[in-house]
Design a protein around this ligand. Structure first.
Ligand code: ZN
Length: 77
C-alpha cells in the first residue's frame, strides 16, 4: 500500500500523505489541514516590504499539517 506513494503514474498531487505535526498520524493531504508556520524573526510589515521588492522568502516558511481531529482540537476547522 505504501509503495503506491513512491510510484508516480501520471496522477501528480494525488494520494500524497502528510504527517500530522501534532500526533504524528499519516493523513492524505487533501484531508489534512494546512497551516503556514512562519518562523521568521521579521515582523509583518518588513515581510510586506520584502515581498514588494520581489524577495521570495520561502526557505524560512514552513508548512505544517494537522489531521482533522487535531485541527478540530485547535479550532482550525
Ligand atoms: Zn493529528
Amino acid at each position: 500500500m505504501s509503495s503506491d506513494i513512491t510510484r508516480k503514474k501520471g496522477q501528480s498531487g494525488r494520494a500524497v500523505v502528510v504527517q500530522c505535526i501534532q500526533c504524528g498520524k499519516m493523513v492524505p493531504r487533501d484531508k489534512a489541514v494546512e497551516k503556514r508556520k512562519s518562523s521568521l524573526p521579521l515582523d509583518h510589515r518588513l515581510r510586506e516590504l520584502l515581498k514588494k521588492q520581489g524577495t521570495y522568502i520561502s526557505a524560512a516558511k514552513r508548512i505544517v499539517y494537522y489531521c482533522v481531529s487535531c485541527a478540530k482540537h485547535r479550532k482550525y476547522v
